[in-house]
Write a protein that binds this ligand. Structure first.
Ligand code: SF4
Ligand code: SF4
Length: 252
């Protein structure tokens, strides 16, 4: 099953002389590259079983390590080569949790483009499998909670509260939750966009589309941010919805 990319081998395990002549034959360059073997004693096959037994992790057993998924993954190719779907699957199947943990900082970076899944010749639902691996790790307390889950919670709470969302309030409320100081009007305590510590990336992301927006739409948005309208009869419906979601385990 193992096919290793050079980037996955620790530099200290790679031996290669710049210039090497043996019996008069020049074998400099890649010909003299040696990868030192390693012995792995520490693996947890129960972890692999957890992934395989979860509904979205089942197809992990179909992987034959061709690496098509990694070759098509934009996160691997344009962001960080340590993000490597094929390798995560490989490590998970061997139960090499320590190795997975070393990459915990990049493992959440999947952008859910599904290119990997479309390219996989073995029908592995790659993105789902990766999430199943992360969930199994989170369950064991080996990685922090999926960051976008925090946003999901915030989004859900907003919908539950008002029966609808206001893009502006959602965005600036979320920024505040990330620890930035957002300025609020003194009476209604609603966030006032772009006053406070709005991160530069957000200013750039927002200002451009704002410039091309219809003025009526902008005024309506500002009004809704200040006087948050609720869906009619929402307070009753909200209680029912919250109860159902709690029963279904969709609220934590
Ligand atoms: S493309 Fe499919 S079979 Fe190939 S390494 Fe990725 S998941 Fe495994
Ligand atoms: S869905 Fe995730 S893992 Fe798959 S190609 Fe896109 S970014 Fe990479």
């Amino acid at each position: 099953m193992a096919i290793h990319e050079r980037s996955l081998v620790e530099p200290e395990r790679i031996l290669r002389k710049e210039r090497l002549v043996i019996d008069g034959v020049d074998v400099s360059g890649d010909w003299n590259l040696i990868i030192l073997p390693r012995v792995i004693n520490d693996y947890d096959l129960d972890f692999a079983k957890d992934v395989m037994n979860s509904p979205d992790g089942k197809t992990i057993t179909q992987c034959y390590q061709c690496s098509y998924c990694t070759a098509s993954c934009p996160v691997h190719n344009y962001w960080d080569e340590r993000y490597n779907p094929r390798h995560f699957i490989y490590l998970a199947r061997l139960g090499m949790i320590d190795e997975l943990q070393k990459r915990a900082d990049v493992m959440w970076r999947c952008v859910s483009c599904h290119k990997c899944t479309h390219r996989c010749p073995k029908g592995v639902l790659v993105e789902e499998v990766l999430k199943a691996i992360l969930r199994a790790m989170a369950k064991k307390g080996l990685v922090e909670e999926y960051p976008s889950k925090k946003f999901d919670k915030f989004f859900t709470e907003s919908v539950l509260e008002y029966g609808r969302i206001e893009d502006g309030e959602l965005l600036f409320g979320w920024i505040e939750k990330q620890g930035y100081r957002v300025f609020k009007d003194p009476i209604l305590k609603k966030p006032i966009p772009f006053i406070g510590e709005t991160p530069e990336w957000l200013k750039q992301l927002t200002v451009k589309p704002l410039k091309s927006m219809n003025i009526g739409f902008l005024v309506l948005n500002a009004k809704h941010m200040l006087f948050h309208p609720r869906t009619k009869n929402w307070s009753k419906f909200k209680q029912v919805l919250r109860k159902v979601m709690q029963e279904e385990g969709a609220l934590h």
